[in-house]
Design a protein around this ligand. Sequence first.
Ligand code: NAP
Length: 304
Amino acid sequence: MSRLYDRVALIGLGLIAGSMALAMKRAGSVGEIVGTARSAATREAALARGLCDRAVESVEEAVAGADLVVLAVPVGAMAEIAERMRPHLSEGATVTDVGSVKRAVIGAVAPHIPQGATFIPGHPLAGTEQSGPEAGFAELFENRATLLIDEGVPPEKLDRLARLWQGMGARVDVMDADHHDLVLAVTSHAPHLIAYTMVGVADDLGRVTDSEVIKYSAAGFRDFTRIAASDPTMWRDVFLNNREATLEILGRFTEELFALQRAIRTGDGDMLHDYFTRTRAIRRGIVEAGQDTGAPDFGRGGKA
Ligand code: NAP
C-alpha cells in the first residue's frame, strides 16, 4: 500500500504500540518509526524487536518532525505527555491515541493540541492480557474494529488515519465519544470488573478450602483468572476515567443479579430458563457476526 505518513512517533512501546508498529511495517504504510517509553529497558527491548527504527529518551525528541503521533500509554498518563509534546509538534501533525476511554482522554489531550495540528482520538478493540514490548504481534488488529472519534476534524486527516488502521487489518467505525464510553462500559469495562471480583472471591475461598479453587478450576473460572491478569495500571486508569458509564452499567448489573438471586431462592425455573435462552441467543449472534474465533476470550474480542 502507498505510504500514508513519513514519520510516526510512538509514545509508549507496549502491547498496542508494538502491535501497531509490526502491522504498519507489514503494510508498508509508514516511513520511519520513532519510539519512546519511560524505561531504558522497554526502549531497548522495542529496538531489539524492530518495533521502531529509533528509540529516543524523551517525548519531546520523539514527536519532533513526526507527521503522526500515537499516544499508547495508560489513560492516566496522557495529559502530562500531551503537555510535554505540545511545543515540539510539527505544523500539520495528526495526534491520535489508543486509550480505552475517550471522553476523559479528549479532556486530557485536546487542550494541548496547538493550532495547525489535529487530534483524532482512537481505540482499537483488540488486546490480550499481556503487556510490554514483547507482547505485540502484527495480527492483533485483524478483523477487529477500531473506533475513531470525529469531533469536527478535517475529513482528509480522518480518512488518512482510517486507511492506516485498515492497512493494519482493522475495520474502522466513527463514533461519538460518550457513546463509545457507554458501549465499552458494557462490553469490556464492567466485565473486567466482574472478573476481578470473582477471582477475588475465589481467592478468599481458596484460603478456606486449601487451594481447591486452583486445583479444580473449571473453564469459566480459568477465563476469569486470565482476564483478571490484565495490567493493573491500565485498568485502574480505565475505571477512574470511565466512572459514570461503568457505575451506570454496574447498577443495572446488580439489579439483574438480584432478580436472578430471587429466582434461585424462590425456585423460579421458568425465569432462569427464559433468561439463559435470551443470553444464549446473544452469544450465537456474536459468533455469527464473526466476532469470536471459538476460544473463550473476551480479551481479544472486545478488550478494554
Ligand atoms: P502496555 O503494554 O502496558 O504499555 C504501556 C507503555 O506505556 C509502556 O511502553 C510504558 O513504558 C509506557 N508508559 C507507561 N506509563 C508511562 C508514562 N507515565 N510516561 C511515559 N510512558 C509510559 O500497555 P498497552 O496494553 O499497550 O496499553 C496502552 C494503551 O492502550 C492504554 O491507554 C490502554 O487503555 C489502551 N488499550 C489497551 C488494550 C489492551 O488490551 N491492552 C486494548 C485497547 C487499548 P515502560 O515500559 O517504560 O513503563
